[in-house]
Ligand binder design. Structure first.
Ligand code: 5AD
Ligand code: SF4
Length: 444
């Protein structure tokens, strides 16, 4: 169905409709950095079509909700949020409410059925056609999973990143081939597709020219891009780009050479996000994760040895089917040895379509909660330990606006002293470490 909304016809419509009255669009994003990247591009597309972008729902003629499906909790939250929009639609019958992204892909028909005030529902690979669909007054569900490489690169070329930001999100791949047994991503985002290295580098160059100082290379398994190492080296050498980050690294493809490349290039941020998920090989196997706890720890310890100041963050799931106390204990062992700078922790919840959803979800909610609390306590202890190493030190930040910024290791620092516009470099003397952030005094 999606095929009829080609990019070519979108361009035609853009030309034909340049004289129409300016509409206003509000875009709200749930979920991961990939979604944030998609939303930024969507904003730019709407702007190119002559829309005003607003942060105020009350001003919107079009509302776009970019949704996440990774955990059931995220979907429930989005559904209740969307449910409340029926009042907005009642007050403004011409309002177009659009639901895009992974949840739209997964629950298309159901969303239209349960939320009759929603006009358009489209999946991640079709969302850039939304301005055209509004123009053509298309209503209903338009799902398009046929995501050819050509289309992916077309979409990416369409828009770079928001000019008001100092940091640009640059997807280098999309989708995932790993099929971890708990994960819905391969079903809603499709198989892996890689952008050409030259397109990625050209986009980095073009946003550098616009004054962007930091790029975040994105992918569900960013390091599975066949030219990942070359992309890192080349992106790090672009004049004007001072920081290059990459998320998320799949542990099985995280080799020492990547760490060496990061150590060698000052523009590559000393920050690694590598999801562990579990410290038990038995559970990792059931999760269909293709590495062992030992190989995971080996790479983290190599990072610690090669770049002692580097941050390592991770994702961990507790209460996966058949997780016994002994398995959980193994996760705690890795947490103790790896000393993560930050951990994102989750209670396992079965997701539709996944192979784990056919397993018996046999760890009780009570035990999941207990394990999560223990894990969070341990993670916070280690994160504080790592942050305390910065006490009394001067750190260089890129301001995120006001009195808040981030180190190259992605740590959040709040400071006392004069505020700063986004992207400005600020030097802060760290006075206090907390598990999730630092406080200090601005010295420059
Ligand atoms: N249950 C709990 N956590 C999950 N994640 C992904 N799927 C599930 C699930 N079914 C977590 C993983 C992943 C992060 C983005 O979300 O830790 O790395
Ligand atoms: Fe999901 Fe696993 Fe792919 Fe990550 S690597 S997106 S957890 S299937």
């Amino acid at each position: 169905m999606g095929g009829q909304y080609s990019r070519e016809s979108s361009k035609k419509i853009m030309k034909n409709t340049s004289k129409r009255i300016k509409k206003t669009v509000y875009i709200k994003t749930f979920g991961c950095q990939m979604n944030k990247a998609d939303s930024r591009r969507l904003k730019e597309l709407f702007a190119m079509e002559g829309y005003n972008i607003t942060e105020k729902k009350s001003k919107a003629d079009v509302m776009v909700y970019n949704t996440c499906s990774v955990r059931g909790h995220a979907e429930n939250k989005a559904m209740s949020h969307l449910g409340r929009l029926k009042f907005a639609k009642k007050n403004k019958p011409d309002l177009k409410i659009c639901v895009v992204g992974c949840m739209a892909q997964r629950m298309g028909e159901e969303i239209i059925e349960r939320l009759p005030h929603v006009s358009i529902v489209v999946g991640p690979s079709t969302m850039f056609r939304i301005p055209l669909m509004i123009e053509e007054e298309v209503e209903g569900v338009v799902l398009d999973t046929a995501d050819s490489v050509k289309e992916f690169s077309d979409y990416i070329d369409e828009a770079a990143c928001e000019k008001s930001e100092y940091s640009g999100y640059i997807p280098i791949m999309k989708g995932c081939n790993n099929f971890c047994s708990y994960c819905i991503v391969p079903y809603v985002r499709g198989r892996e597709q890689y952008r050409d290295k030259s397109d990625v580098i050209n986009e980095c160059r073009s946003i550098a020219k616009k004054g962007i100082k930091e790029v975040m290379l994105l992918g569900q398994t960013v390091n599975s891009h066949p030219r990942f190492k070359d992309i890192l080296k080349e992106a790090a050498s672009i004049s004007g780009i001072e920081r290059v980050r990459f998320v998320t690294s799949y542990p099985g493809q995280m080799d020492r050479e990547i760490v060496d490349i990061v150590a060698e290039h000052s523009a590559l941020c000393n920050y690694f996000h590598i999801p562990l998920q579990s410290g038990s090989d038995r559970i990792l196997k059931k999760m269909n994760r293709k590495y062992t706890a030992e190989s995971f720890l080996d790479i983290v310890l190599y990072i610690r040895e090669k770049i002692p100041s580097a941050s390592v963050s991770t994702d961990i799931i507790v209460g996966f089917p058949e997780e016994k106390n002994a398995d959980f204990q193994k996760t705690l062992d890795i947490v103790e040895k790896a000393v993560f700078d930050q951990c994102f922790t989750f209670k396992y919840s079965p997701r539709p379509m996944t192979t784990a959803s056919k397993m018996d979800d046999d760890v009780s909610v009570k035990v999941k909660k207990e394990r999560l609390a223990i894990l969070n306590r341990e993670c916070e202890k280690r994160a504080l330990e790592r942050n305390k190493m910065l006490n009394g030190k001067r750190v260089e930040l890129f301001s995120e606006g006001g009195r808040k910024g981030r180190t190259d290791t992605y740590k959040i620092v709040f400071w006392e002293g004069s505020p700063s516009p986004p992207g400005e470099k600020v030097i802060v003397n760290v006075k206090k470490a907390m598990p999730h952030s630092l406080k200090g005094v601005r010295v420059l």
